[in-house]
Design a protein around this ligand. Structure first.
Ligand code: DGL
Length: 255
């Protein structure tokens, strides 16, 4: 079984890629909706949650865990890898592909506040974007909108305008969707922003990395979604966000 976790429903953007690449695998996804968002939480808090959810996924038989959350990856992936024996796959803002794609030499990084203040993020920029101008922007409203299933309309457009104004003014031509919630707003971003803007989303790359692990195929593959929030709400969000995925949604009670 593949374990996947996120602060909420953002990781569905990674889940759909994993399922598309590995349809014969059981997947157990945890959305920590009761604690969402992670983006404004302290590092010890994010780390503690990520360990608690990982412990649960391991108890359930996970062979690999995908941290489908940039914030949790930036804060906890190294600690997770040194603590547990099983492999952990993490997400991080796609600075390398963005730096390779830009023609203007300026890129924008849309991510959570927790991700943008992490050492791991600063190392990523220092390593892959040395001669590139990098403009960063936390986008908490994007997470809120996606958690409410609002993917277009005036509220979305206002948030897009607010968050992209500085990077567009600086002539950024590549924007990184550095939080797993944001790909659900990509259609709205593409409609709202000029045609020459390119977007980077690393969900597919993560699925390909997951595929490289030798995992036991399931006779009757299924997707289970567990949430520390309200399962009915998450089931309905699953329908809105990834209508092709069929899954059961059940509550998860963790201290
Ligand atoms: N989806 C998460 C990420 O990729 C976290 C969003 C949040 O909870 O603030 O960073």
């Amino acid at each position: 079984m593949i374990g996947v976790l996120d602060s909420g429903v953002g990781g569905f953007s990674v889940l759909r890629e994993i399922h598309a690449h590995l349809p014969d695998q059981d997947i157990t996804y945890i959305g920590d909706n009761a604690w969402c968002p992670y983006g404004n939480k302290s590092y010890p808090e994010i780390r503690e949650r990520t360990f608690a959810l990982s412990d649960f996924l391991i108890e359930q038989g996970a062979e690999v865990i995908v941290i489908a959350c940039n914030s949790a990856t930036i804060v906890a992936i190294e600690a997770l890898r040194s603590h547990y024996l099983l492999p952990f796959i993490g997400m991080e803002p796609g600075v390398k592909p963005a730096a390779a794609l830009t023609k203007t030499g300026t890129i924008g990084v849309l991510a959570t506040e927790a991700s943008l203040r992490g050492d791991k993020f600063h190392h990523l920029v220092a390593r892959h974007a040395q001669n590139i101008r990098v403009i960063t922007q936390p986008c908490p409203k994007f997470v809120e909108l996606v958690e409410h299933g609002i993917l277009k309309g005036p509220e979305v457009d206002a948030a897009i305008d607010e968050y992209t104004a500085n990077m567009l003014a600086a002539d950024a031509d590549v924007l990184i969707l550095g939080c797993t919630h944001y790909p659900f707003l990509r259609p709205a971003l593409e409609t709202r922003l000029p045609d020459h803007i390119r977007f980077i989303d690393t969900g597919d790359a993560i699925a390909r990395r997951t595929e490289q692990h030798s995992l036991t195929p399931s006779d009757k593959p299924s997707i289970k979604i567990l949430t520390t929030g309200i399962p009915e709400k998450i089931a309905s969000l699953l329908q809105t966000l990834t209508p092709k995925i069929e899954a059961t949604c059940t509550p998860l009670f963790l201290p």
